[in-house]
Design a protein around this ligand. Structure first.
Ligand code: ADP
Length: 217
């Protein structure tokens, strides 16, 4: 078994679930993909270990031998009812680490209430990310936890020519400069004497509000 004893059950072989399952498989993790749709299962069976089953049915859950799995990904977006029932069945069967895809705020709330450990709002998250990139302020953007983000921006005009300490980036904005990438130079980790130049890319960590304030200056 790869990587300690983690083995992952992926339920739902739509675009999301199949991307999760193939990524895990490429990374050498033990993965079993389940879908109730026989046609999908046969399409994926030459690429991934797959089983056809409807996991809203407790008997089907038992037949799969659930005790082998430490983690499950519930990638069912076409039926909120099925997503919730499957999540409940897997929790009842003893899988405590469950990543469930939600398609709405209400869906996310129910999944959270019944005990899913991670809720993935794939469309909302992707939409937010694209919004930030399209705004042109960010070269890259990752949401870490709640309001916390890591972003890549060009050095704002008001910071050009100052070191991180001189600009008091953390003291004034609460933002951490993780690293600075100058054109034609290797990436350097943020240290107090590092000077930020025009056209440098800054990798920053902070809340979105703090970063917006830093950009405005
Ligand atoms: P995406 O939006 O990521 O393309 P969908 O959410 O439309 O994917 O796909 C969900 C998948 O989950 C479908 O392939 C569907 O057959 C499968 N599915 C739905 N309910 C169950 C269930 N009870 N047990 C197993 N698989 C299910």
């Amino acid at each position: 078994m790869a990587n300690g004893n983690r083995s992952v059950l992926v339920v739902g072989l739509g675009r999301f679930g199949s991307a999760v399952a193939t990524t895990l498989d490429h990374m050498g993790q033990d993965v079993l993909a389940v879908d109730r749709n026989a046609e999908l299962v046969s399409r994926w069976s030459s690429i991934l270990p797959t089983v056809q089953a409807d996991l809203t049915d407790v008997m089907a859950v038992e037949q799969i031998g659930i005790t082998d799995f430490t983690t499950a990904v519930v990638a069912i977006g076409d039926s909120v009812e099925a997503s919730v029932l499957v999540t409940g069945n897997l929790l009842d069967a003893g899988i405590s680490d469950i990543w469930a895809k939600s398609v709405s705020l209400q869906h996310a709330r129910i999944l959270e209430r019944i005990g899913a450990t991670h809720i993935i709002n794939a469309e909302t998250d992707a939409g937010k990310r694209v919004g930030h990139l399209v705004s042109g302020n960010y070269l890259d953007y990752i949401e870490i936890d709640g309001p916390h983000t890591v972003v890549k921006i060009h050095t704002p005009n008001h910071l050009i020519g100052y070191s991180i300490a001189e600009a008091q980036v953390h003291e004034r904005y609460g933002v951490t400069v993780v690293a600075v990438k100058s054109p034609n130079r290797d990436l350097e980790y943020g240290s107090k004497d590092l000077v930020m130049h025009r056209n440098d890319e800054l990798i920053l960590m902070g809340t979105q509000d703090q970063i917006e304030q830093l950009i405005r200056g």
